[in-house]
Write a protein that binds this ligand. Structure first.
Ligand SMILES: [Fe+2]
Length: 370
């Protein structure tokens, strides 16, 4: 049945009298370890949801109705499965990653099963059948990050429970398939690089296979000596990116996010800077503090923070006992849309659009190898 919504009309906004509203920054925010522990305990009581999951979304108070994000593009879920439990198999069009926090579990994505222990990270490609399991004898807890908040805000979230279509989609491997778009050559127009492409180019995009990746903590931890050797005075950040080559120049862990592991053995003071990407920190060892838009937040292991709202000035200081931090940032999302405006030196530093122009340098050469 066709419906007509005649009583709702678009607004015509005259830019001469109705200017752009100032962009509202989402306030920096901390969810403490004790609150997270309470939430896990509550999830472990009672029954799982219709997807066989026990998950709580960490939603920012400034999130618009229907957008369940801790940052405008980023949804954060705390999840747990009890011993013997497994989730219903689903697939959705989000991408992201997760970190195991306690217990033993596994995630099956397509035909790959990844076994997970504490601090292991896995990636979640788009539209693959996904099943979580507890494979141990105590609750399996995890935190996962996805671009569901962005998709909710643009009314573009999709989910189903698989079935024939999903199975078939994962099996489409045609050797030497003839691609219709290759039958019609591009037609140059305008003399400066523009081209006309056939419809077939739209419906048969060059694919980049994105297989689920496993970053076992035991291996990642063993490689952290380099960043741990960096001391205050180094003007970069003592961290490694968990890089997924399928994201290419976006330097992501997933198409929308990078995850980094910051690891410091003692005191470290980082510079104040800002970027349009939003960063969420999960602190899993040590303690320190962050100053975000002039507000100080002390943090310790188990605390989750919206530590860098888009374009919020922020700097992180690590205490003498050191710290380890998982940071998830929607940096690749911004790189892909050319919106990654960045300022390394908050005082008078240049404002660069990373990925669209030459970026910044650090003084790493003075510190590397020490
Ligand atoms: Fe930052």
């Amino acid at each position: 049945m066709t419906t007509h919504a005649n009583d709702t009309r678009v607004a015509l906004v005259d830019s001469r009298t109705d200017g752009r509203a100032p962009r509202e920054m989402w306030a920096p925010m901390k969810l403490g370890a004790a609150e997270i522990e309470n939430q896990f305990a509550a999830l472990e009581d009672g029954s799982p949801d219709v997807r066989g999951r026990r998950e709580a979304l960490v939603v920012h108070p400034q999130a618009p109705t229907g957008v369940r994000g801790l940052a405008p593009a980023t949804q954060v879920a705390l999840g747990v499965l009890l011993p013997g439990e497994s989730s219903v198999t689903t697939r959705d069009n989000t991408n992201g990653l997760g970190m195991a926090l306690a217990g033993h579990g596994s995630v099956t994505i397509g035909d790959r099963t990844i076994d997970l222990v504490q601090q292991d990270v896995w990636t979640k490609p788009t539209m693959r059948l996904e099943t979580f399991r507890n494979t141990g004898s105590v609750p399996f807890r995890y935190i996962r990050y996805s671009n569901a908040a962005l998709l909710e805000s643009i009314s573009a979230f999709y989910e189903d429970f698989g079935g024939n279509d999903a199975a078939a989609a994962e099996e489409i491997v045609e050797e030497n398939r003839k691609r219709a778009k290759d039958l019609v050559p591009p037609i140059p127009v305008g003399g400066d690089g523009g081209q006309l492409l056939p419809y077939e180019a739209i419906i048969d995009i060059d694919e980049v296979p994105d297989n689920p990746l496993h970053f076992p903590w035991a291996q990642v931890r063993a490689e952290l000596g380099g960043v741990e050797s960096l001391k205050t005075g180094y003007n970069g950040r003592p961290l490694v990116v968990l890089y997924n080559p399928a994201t290419g120049r976006l330097n992501g862990t997933a198409p929308s996010f990078f995850a980094t592991i910051l690891s410091v053995g003692g005191a470290f003071a980082g510079p104040t800077h800002r970027h349009m990407s939003s960063a969420i920190n999960y602190h899993f060892a040590g303690r320190g503090w962050s100053v975000v838009e002039g507000q100080r937040f002390d943090w310790e292991a188990g605390d989750l923070m919206l530590s860098a709202p888009g374009w919020g000035a922020h700097g992180h200081t690590i205490s003498t006992e050191g710290a380890q931090v998982l940071t998830v940032q929607d940096h690749p999302l911004h790189t892909s849309t050319g919106s990654l405006v960045w300022q390394e030196d908050i005082e008078n530093g240049e404002i660069l659009t990373l990925g669209s122009q030459v970026g910044f340098q650090t003084n790493l050469a003075d510190y590397a190898g020490r």
